[in-house]
Design a protein around this ligand. Structure first.
Ligand code: ARG
Length: 606
């Protein structure tokens, strides 16, 4: 490993470091199995997936290789015999105890403690904790959050914001070039109604220089909608406003800008609180490009006119009658759709942004929309083979009653109120805990801790669920100090920090060459877990499931607690004391890094 430069990171915990050549145990085993496959069965077999995975049960060892199950057929032999043959060519003696073939035909690998000691020792001087940077970074585009102007930024957008941010952080940490795009809904016929209402209710708005405060924009939207639904003349005015806006009338554009600015300010407050970084590129950006997209589709012979609407017919999508379903790209009145904008966006993201991997984080309800848009984009040659587009769907946020989350009066929950409530409750919990522990803390400490716990609990509760399922929003549960919650993980981190305070130890100054000794079971279990970080990160990078990282960090905290309860740290004699302190420090660093990738900040004390 040699000498490493120090680690630099900016406020957003993005690490800038040179590439470090530290290969995970799983990767090493895979390489060894691949070589053996080639030797045992012929060169072409060294190309197949060697199927080395973490062992299903600890008694089987640490990793298992299942590859011979898929070879039984082509090689006309039993998995067990094949595994035995493979074993003859497998040299893992540096890493593992002699591997064994288990009954049905798996090969089990048990990592040698001495090897673990070397690996964990090497992590000490690696601020990336063994997570390599990719050799060929991609241009990744993550389209997330994307609320609609003048409408509610609701819990669905909150999910998109939290999940999208975590995905972006993980891709960034792996070294990809990530463009975080906020595809806000800032264009469309609703603006006719809003502008008409703005002129009516705030006649000065367009002439006065100061930024206007429209108050609650959601209430503004509702009032505008009411006028629109109830008054035919108003409706006509609104329609004319759409035409004027489309035609680029300066006053209409100014009114539109005013409304967008007001919304933007409100969204930004939420992003600031949650430490979310986004580049806004809303639907309006693509508006001038829409006629071109339709022309393009027409030139490629994809467009069919149906009752005046321009449609592209889709494969595999049919209506109730079994007839093929069209994607309407231009309505009979000449207007364009949400889908047309997404087609323009794909084209732009590939051609202009050079995107290789384009990711859309929205609720599962939009799955069909994206499948259709992707299909048309493919037909239109907007998607070269090397470009991957992925919809990352998530489920609903439910109240404790199992229904969509609502306030007591049945209104949609405002995000600001939701975050305030989480922080308020975290503050109350903290006060109770301080009384119980007979501690005195300053107001500043309490506010700060409550803020971090409250906000991270909301984020973690969301991220720790498999995103594809619905999840129940429950303040009590997410704020608990026990279980798979943010407070539990933050507490494990703070616990490690308290050890150093108690022993007056500076973790950064521990002897970097000191040997880590792994004798007790809990030490081995903890070390193995720490060493799995890079595998987990790579898995999340490909599957886009942040809950895997949450589960990993939760188990890390549990394993650390078991270690700490069974293995004295400060009271041990050297060299064990330093060895255990290193394990403590590595645990804390892993937690801090892992949590930062979820958008969660740690607390030194709580
Ligand atoms: N504004 C949309 C909504 O609130 C989400 C946009 C998602 N991104 C996209 N490219 N369609 O549902």
């Amino acid at each position: 490993m040699g000498n490493l430069p120090p680690c630099y990171y900016d406020g957003r915990l993005r690490f800038y470091l040179i590439f470090i050549d530290m290969i995970s145990i799983q990767t090493q085993l895979r390489a060894i199995v691949s070589t053996a496959l080639g030797k045992a069965f012929g060169a072409e077999y060294s190309e197949i997936d060697p199927m080395v995975v973490p062992a299903g049960r600890p008694e089987f060892g640490d990793y298992q290789c299942n590859v011979t199950f898929s070879l039984a057929k082509p090689l006309k032999n039993s998995p067990r015999n094949l595994s035995q043959q493979l074993l003859d060519h497998l040299d893992v003696s540096d890493i593992c105890e002699p591997p064994e073939v288990a009954k049905p035909g798996f090969i089990n690998f048990k990592i040698k403690p001495s090897y673990l000691e070397t690996q964990i020792g090497a992590l000490q001087s690696d601020s990336r904790l063994g997570v390599e940077k990719v050799k060929d970074p991609l241009k990744a585009i993550v389209d997330f959050s994307s609320p609609n102007i003048a409408k509610e930024m609701h819990v669905g957008h909150l999910r998109s914001t939290i999940i999208g941010d975590s995905i972006a952080r993980i891709l960034e940490f792996r070294g990809h070039d990530v463009l975080r795009l906020n595809h806000v809904g800032d264009w469309g016929t609703q603006f006719g109604m809003l502008i008409a209402y703005l002129r009516e209710a705030y006649p000065d708005a367009l002439t006065k220089a100061d930024a206007l405060d429209l108050g609650d924009l959601v209430a503004f939207y509702k009032k505008a909608k009411k006028r629109f639904d109830e008054d035919a003349d108003f409706k006509e005015t609104a329609r004319k406003e759409v035409v004027k806006l489309q035609a680029g009338d300066p006053e209409s554009l100014k009114a539109w800008q005013l409304l967008c600015d007001q919304s933007r300010r409100e969204f930004q407050q939420i992003y600031n609180r949650l430490d979310i970084n986004l580049t806004e590129r809303g639907e309006s950006f693509y508006n001038p490009k829409l006629p071109d997209v339709v022309a393009d589709l027409e030139a490629k012979g994809l467009v069919v006119e149906d009752a005046g609407a321009k449609c592209v017919f889709l494969d595999g999508f049919t209506n109730k009658e079994g007839d093929p379903l069209p994607l309407i790209v231009q309505k009979s009145d000449g207007g364009y759709n949400y889908a047309t904008t997404d087609l323009a966006a794909i084209r732009y993201r590939v051609k202009e942004d050079g995107g290789d991997r384009i990711i859309y984080v929205t609720d599962a309800g939009q799955a069909n929309h994206f499948a259709q848009v992707f299909q048309v984009a493919q037909k239109a040659d907007y998607l070269p083979e090397n470009v991957e587009v992925t919809h990352v769907p998530f489920g609903l946020v439910l109240g404790k009653d199992g229904k969509r989350l609502k306030t007591r009066s049945g209104e949609t929950v405002r995000l600001k109120d939701l975050l305030d409530e989480a922080v308020k409750r975290a503050y109350q919990d903290l006060e109770t805990r301080l009384v119980a522990e007979d501690r005195q803390e300053t107001e500043e400490f309490k506010t700060d801790v409550a803020k971090t716990i409250g906000l991270s609990s909301v984020k973690y509760a969301d991220l720790s669920q498999n995103r594809t399922s619905n999840y129940i929003f429950d303040y009590d549960k997410m704020l608990e100090l026990k279980g798979n919650t943010a407070p539990y993980l933050l507490y494990a981190y703070a616990r490690v920090q308290s050890i150093s305070r108690k022993g007056e130890i500076d973790y950064e100054k521990l002897d970097a060459d000191a040997k880590v000794l792994l004798k007790e079971d809990q030490e081995l279990v903890l070390a193995k877990h720490i060493l799995q970080l890079s595998e987990i990160i790579k898995e999340v990078e490909s599957e886009l499931l942040p809950n895997r990282l949450c589960q990993y960090l939760f188990e890390l905290s549990q394993k650390f607690n078991q270690f700490f309860e069974n293995c004295p740290v400060l009271k041990s004699d050297e060299p064990l004391r330093t060895s255990r302190l290193i394990l403590c420090h590595l645990t804390a660093q892993t937690l801090k890094l892992g949590l930062s990738l979820l958008g969660i900040e740690v607390l030194e004390r709580m």
